[in-house]
Design a protein around this ligand. Structure first.
Ligand SMILES: CC(C)(COP(=O)(O)OP(=O)(O)OC[C@H]1O[C@@H](n2cnc3c(N)ncnc32)[C@H](O)[C@@H]1OP(=O)(O)O)[C@@H](O)C(=O)NCCC(=O)NCCS
Length: 488
């Protein structure tokens, strides 16, 4: 599939072939305790659950739709960095609500706040002029005091926001502890091209072990753009530097920048949903990006080069941007990745649960012949799967009949939201390649509903008599599947 997929978008688990995590979680989530009034679905009365009203159903479908990603992201470490402008624009509480929700879903969160406008405010209050050289602040003694003041205030505001817990708010029952500390060691930028940047610093080291320990105790770690040198001096850092260094040191699963920039535009100005590391580096080298975008992008690139697999740039102007980015198929900003997100590969035992979930709705509606989990487990080496960022979107299996030099393609399935983007064809080609490698000469399928798809791809009608003997004996005359065959 081509579309950006860091989260499912459309296919509810109850609809055909919803995407599923490649590796099901080891443990189940505790039953969620809704904190705001949630409509109660009518109780099912029989084996076939009763469908609830449209609003209820939408709610249930939506929740089921995001479940694979809740599983996939559980226990993962996300570094979420946000610009000081976010706080200035009054949306801190909304972000804190969303972060608390992610934390409740099992994600380990490190927050890094920016403080640029707040430092500016402090400087203005003291009638001190800001001094920038090449876009970098020169932090003199007065500016350092302002940076400390701004960071202290922001930290208190953020901690206060995390301490909320009023009933009927998203924070009810959250009981979240936020930890801050001297996790960042800094060094001075020094004198560059004749400019002494004084107390402006760069990250020298992150105390990853202490951060990890706090995360493992269920805390949210909050970092400010300040660091300390071994001599005890404080340095004014950039939020971007702290965030990318922290993500790298922690080997975080994601680095997310929530900023005034909505994402990375392509050369014609359209926002890019996905971007490879190589493209990002090329765009930075071409030097055609707006300076603020280039600034964020270079830190995202740095994190990716440091081993962080995904990095995101999203706008704070959009309510719930972090949730939308994580749980919507296309996200709302730009996601950078260091690898080809999608892989077509042979299945392993870890994929059994994913395959079972992928094909279950099609078995239920009769498109596929039901096969139990144990059969999939037994035959797992026959399967090829398409995985996108940890989630299975398609599968197919090859069964060989060496006596007749024939192979059967079975279980061809592409999740509903990924259909129509060529995944079916890629799986077919993979199975054909595997069949050829086994020396098979013909590939056949039994199908009741997908005749035309196969005809278009070189299959022709055949008879039951053309099937390998062992398959012929098992042919289900009630099902009356069509036999389609292709010469390899
Ligand atoms: C059949 C299936 C695997 C195709 O996967 P896909 O990733 O959508 O396939 P592709 O993107 O390669 O091809 C899409 C094309 O096939 C067409 N197509 C999809 N399902 C079709 C069907 N049942 N009959 C005929 N054409 C079909 C689409 O309309 C589209 O046509 P277009 O290219 O002219 O727009 C997928 O639709 C699926 O999982 N279906 C349900 C399970 C199933 O029927 N499996 C086959 C069991 S034998």
């Amino acid at each position: 599939m081509n579309a950006r997929t860091d989260a499912p978008q459309t296919a509810p688990a109850s609809s055909p072939a919803a995407p599923v995590p490649a590796q099901p979680p080891a443990a189940e989530f505790p039953a969620p305790a809704p904190t705001s009034p949630v409509p109660a679905a009518p109780a099912p009365t029989a084996a076939e659950p009763e469908r609830s009203g449209p609003d209820h159903q939408q709610f249930v479908d939506w929740l089921r739709m995001v479940a694979p990603y809740i599983h996939a992201f559980r226990g993962k470490t996300f570094v979420i960095a946000f610009a000081g402008e976010l706080v200035k624009s009054g949306v801190l509480n909304a972000l804190v609500n969303d972060v608390a929700l992610l934390h409740a879903m099992g994600m380990q969160i490190v927050l890094v706040h920016g403080s640029r406008p707040q430092v500016e405010e402090q400087l203005a209050l003291r009638h001190v002029e800001s001094q920038f050289v090449d876009g970098v602040r020169v932090t003199d003694n007065a500016a350092l005091e302002c940076a400390k003041e701004a960071a202290g205030e922001l930290r208190l505001d953020i901690e206060a926001a995390f301490s909320q817990g009023l009933p009927n708010t998203p924070m009810a029952g959250a009981q979240l502890s936020v930890i801050s500390g001297n996790f960042v060691t800094a060094r001075p930028v020094g004198i560059v091209n004749g400019t002494d940047y004084q107390h402006t610093g760069l990250v020298r080291k992150i105390d990853a072990e202490s951060v990890r320990m706090s995360l493992s105790h269920g805390k949210v770690v909050l970092l400010s753009p300040l660091g300390f040198s071994p001599t005890g001096q404080a340095f004014n850092l950039s939020m971007e530097d702290v965030a990318s260094a922290t993500a790298t040191a922690l080997k975080a699963d994601k680095l997310i920048f929530i900023t005034e920039v909505p994402g990375v535009p392509d050369p014609v100005g359209k926002m890019m949903q996905e971007m490879s590391l190589r493209t990002a580096v090329e765009r930075l080298q071409n030097n055609h990006l707006p300076p603020d975008v280039a600034n964020y992008l270079q830190h995202l690139v740095k994190a990716l080069k440091g081993g962080v697999p995904r990095a995101h740039l999203i706008p704070y102007s959009l309510d719930g941007a972090v949730l939308l980015e994580l749980f919507l198929h296309d996200g709302v900003g730009t996601m950078l990745s260091d690898t080809d997100l999608e892989s077509l590969r042979e299945a392993t035992l870890d994929d059994v649960g994913g395959i079972v979930q992928l094909i279950a709705p099609l078995e239920q509606d009769g498109t596929l012949v039901p096969r139990g989990r144990h059969l999939i487990e037994r035959d797992i080496s026959n399967f090829s799967v398409i995985e996108h960022d940890g989630v299975l979107f398609g599968c197919a299996a090859l069964y060989d009949y060496p006596r007749e030099n024939m192979g059967e393609m079975a279980c061809l399935t592409v999740s509903q939201e990924a259909q129509g983007t060529g995944d079916g064809e890629r799986l077919l080609k993979r199975i054909e390649r595997r069949a050829r490698a086994l020396g098979l000469e013909k590939l056949f399928v039994l199908t009741t509903r997908t005749e035309h798809w196969f005809l278009k791809r070189g299959f022709v009608h055949a008879n039951v008599d053309d099937l390998p003997e062992d398959k012929r004996k098992l042919y289900n005359w009630q099902r009356k599947s069509m036999v389609l065959m292709k010469k390899l």
